[in-house]
Design a protein. Structure first.
Length: 253
């Protein structure tokens, strides 16, 4: 029963995340005005704004002009609902669940905005650092010290790599947005997770990059933002950090 509540709660938050994803890059208010159809500008009524269900009932089209509704809406709502459920099943009805869900929600917003615009908005990542540091004081999963070292390592290490890259190749390889994102990840998950996130993000990013390069014949250095891979790496670290580190230590006995 509570699992179903966590799914509904997740879908509702997902609906809000969609608003953030559309409006934050344009620096519009995320509170007002209400949602409207991008084609005919008609105000969307509350009964057409039910997460996931409205999209299915309307078969992906606006009630008034039949213009296509972006598949981003149900995708983000679905992924957010699923994240909520998985986190709830892992951490139960606790403060940890709320805090990690907020963290994953921020990663979802960052991922989609980075995919569309190749930017990571500071208005998400910088407050995220603060929330992560404060959260370490109230949840048992992480100490404040670990959170602080994670923030510094996350912010510092990528900054170092980015500076080195720029010095070697005379152009910007990684955006400053990635640095702040990794600082946020460090604040929520600690320094070990930062290292794991960089390794996982680079690994997954390289594999996807090579696939895109082969398929499209493009130089992938220009093509792919790094934020989504760091975010994915962070989610894997959130759930399997201990398992992966233990496995690694076991291999190196
Ligand atoms: Zn319309």
């Amino acid at each position: 029963m509570l699992n179903i509540v966590s799914i509904i709660f997740g879908a509702l938050i997902g609906s809000f995340l969609n608003v953030c994803i559309f409006r934050l890059p344009k620096e519009e208010s995320i509170i007002s005005p209400g949602s409207h159809c991008p084609h005919c500008k008609n105000q969307i009524k509350f009964y057409d704004n039910i997460p996931l269900i409205s999209y299915l009932l309307l078969r992906g089209k606006c009630r008034y002009c039949k213009g296509l509704i972006s598949t981003q809406y149900p995708l983000v709502e679905g992924i957010t609902a699923l994240s909520s459920l998985v986190l709830f099943m892992r951490f139960g009805p606790s403060l940890t669940y709320i805090i990690y869900f907020a963290f994953v929600a921020a990663l979802i917003v960052i991922t989609v905005i980075d995919l569309y615009h190749q930017i990571i908005p500071d208005v998400v990542s910088l407050p995220g650092v603060g929330v992560g540091l404060l959260a370490s004081l109230v949840i048992p999963q992480i100490t404040f010290f670990d959170s602080l070292v994670g923030t510094l390592l996350g912010g510092g290490s990528l900054f170092l790599v980015a500076t080195l890259y720029q010095w070697l190749f005379k152009r910007e390889g990684m955006g400053g947005g990635d640095v702040k994102l990794l600082a946020m990840i460090g604040a929520f998950l600690g320094w070990k997770a930062v290292i794991l996130t960089i390794l996982l993000g680079s690994l997954i990013g390289s594999i996807i990059g090579i696939i895109i390069m082969v398929l499209k014949g493009k130089d992938f250095k220009y093509a792919i933002p790094f934020g989504p891979f760091l975010s994915l790496g962070a989610v894997i670290a959130l759930f399997y950090q201990a398992e992966i580190i233990n496995w690694y230590l076991y291999l190196n006995r």
